[in-house]
Design a protein around this ligand. Sequence first.
Ligand SMILES: Nc1ncnc2c1ncn2[C@@H]1O[C@H](COP(=O)(O)OP(=O)(O)OP(=O)(O)O)[C@@H](O)[C@H]1O
Length: 325
Amino acid sequence: MKPTPLMEIESLRVEFAGSAGRRVRAVRDVDLTIYEGETLGLVGESGCGKSTLGRAMVRVTEPTGGAIRYLGKDITKLRGTVFRKIRADLQMVFQDPFGSLNPRRSIADIVAEPLLRARGTGKDEARKIVDDLLDQVGLGREAGTRKPHEFSGGQRQRIGIARALAPSPRFVVADEPVSALDVSIQAQVINLLSDLIRERGLTMLFISHDLGVVRHIADRIAVMYLGQIIEVASRDDFFAGPAHPYGEALLSSVPALSKQPRRDRIELTGELPDPADPPAGCTFHTRCRYATDVCRTDAPVLREVQPGREVRCHLPLIPVKGSTS
Ligand SMILES: Nc1ncnc2c1ncn2[C@@H]1O[C@H](COP(=O)(O)OP(=O)(O)OP(=O)(O)O)[C@@H](O)[C@H]1O
């Protein structure tokens, strides 16, 4: 059966005013499709634009240009009640559960809030939904009467997840949901998210700089570099060998995941260039060990090199379909 696109991002741009009148192009003409029921892992170094893209998809951050189609409908210009209804379908789990929970309110009120606001659910029904959710995320309904400071980091992230799921969303952006947690707790929260994704048929954008975490949860991987998507592949294809030199370097830097012998590991040298002033040609050429003249002058486009596999590179590291060379 052909997968149904749930979110289709077209030429999406997000720009911020930087210092000295410069414009930070955090998301640059991104095209990306997320299919119903899948978890897409979005990876890349800090500052490459992952959070901005995720936040723009659910319009926590307003895009500067381009389209975000949710079930075929562009939601970038929607306002008022029409948007509020759709907004309930699109939720976010944040990295820092403590920072995103109001310390003075009870857990039941915190979890119920998006349900009452976005769906207009009655108080009694909301209470029942909240109780069930607190059970489902493993805290137990008794947790509803307590306050955020009474919980550990992992428990607070469970509260954050319950709150995001309260309005029964179809699409969830999880932005580094386990990076603030101890490694021993990370696996528990990832397992919980995986169970909830399966039980509820959720579609998810899972943002992380940690490839080890992404490998446990994502069906497909999208790699971002300086505001652009530079590779999209199934999880198995990506971990078997990325097609973009940047993905290769990222994977090579995680010894436990890399298939390369130690002596062949590739080091990613140099800083991420300034997003307000990206290099000409391929933006990765300044750090790429394979770069040739064309990479310094011509910007590559994101193209399908094998079925289901896209790469933005003049010299991909895998055979290109239809190529005779
Ligand atoms: N509100 C803002 N105003 C100005 N610049 C911003 C703003 N938000 C993000 N940026 C800049 O946009 C670029 C992308 O940031 P973003 O947080 O999306 O990256 P990221 O890949 O999610 O990194 P991290 O994992 O560190 O959050 C960075 O250069 C960042 O400094």
